[in-house]
Write a protein that binds this ligand. Structure first.
Ligand code: FES
Ligand code: FES
Length: 173
């Protein structure tokens, strides 16, 4: 079986009906993908296949041939959502967190609360009560918005400095 895993081409010699979840954890040693129910109910095993969230416990590896798979390791600990989940309490015991974050990545840049609720409906969390998860996702959007605003402010300020150079005493020349 051949597929691209977190940006790297992989060739795996496994039974075609072996679950993608098991291939990731056993053959690829990527244990960030968790098993909860093992029957498509909890979303703990969510990974992205060609950018869409799927329950890897339900997918035989044969269906992945030629596809692009992203696991939580593929975000390399640097995705803003990963930081936001830590800062805003979106992760507690952590079992649902890799799947939750990947499902959130698939929501795109500015999901509304309704879009979050629909997009994460297949991901169950026993710890957070969901508010902290929605807050974490929203924090990324708000930070991006704030950064854009700050950049515009800085550009506006540097524009006005160019036009009106000041002395140290603050007197316009
Ligand atoms: S472990 Fe796959 S949906 Fe629960
Ligand atoms: S953080 Fe524990 S199940 Fe979600």
């Amino acid at each position: 079986m051949r597929f691209t895993l977190n940006g790297t081409f992989r060739r795996i010699d496994a039974h075609p009906l072996k679950r993608l979840l098991d291939v990731l954890r056993e053959d690829c040693a990527l244990t960030g993908t968790k098993e909860g129910c093992g029957e498509g109910e909890c979303g703990a095993c969510t990974v992205l296949v060609d950018g869409a969230p799927v329950n890897s416990c339900l997918v035989p590896i044969a269906q992945i041939n030629g596809a692009r798979v992203t696991t939580i390791e593929g975000l390399r600990g640097r995705h803003p959502l990963q930081h936001a989940f830590v800062e805003h309490g979106g992760a507690q015991c952590g079992i649902c967190t890799p799947g939750m974050i990947l499902a959130a990545v698939a929501l795109g840049k500015k999901p509304t609360l309704d879009q979050m609720k629909v997009g994460l409906a297949g991901n169950l969390c026993r710890c957070t009560g969901y508010s902290a998860i929605y807050r974490s996702i929203d924090a990324v959007t708000s930070t991006a918005r704030r950064n854009r605003g700050d950049r515009k402010d800085r550009e506006a300020r540097s524009g006005s400095r160019t036009k009106k150079p000041r002395t140290r005493a603050g007197v316009t020349r």
